[in-house]
Write a protein that binds this ligand. Sequence first.
Ligand SMILES: [Zn+2]
Length: 57
Amino acid sequence: MATPAPTTVPLSCPPKEIGRCATCQQPCHRYGHGGNPLCAACRAKVEAGRVKASAVA
Ligand SMILES: [Zn+2]
């Protein structure tokens, strides 16, 4: 079964809000409410690298 569409995203957001992660180019919830230019994995890396203690979700 060949599926050329890279829409295998376990996200509960509309497809139009899905975009490419700015770092790893993987599909993620990028636009709209709750969107982020980074995917969860890359976001975690950035957050871990931050010295700021006040991380508000
Ligand atoms: Zn990423």
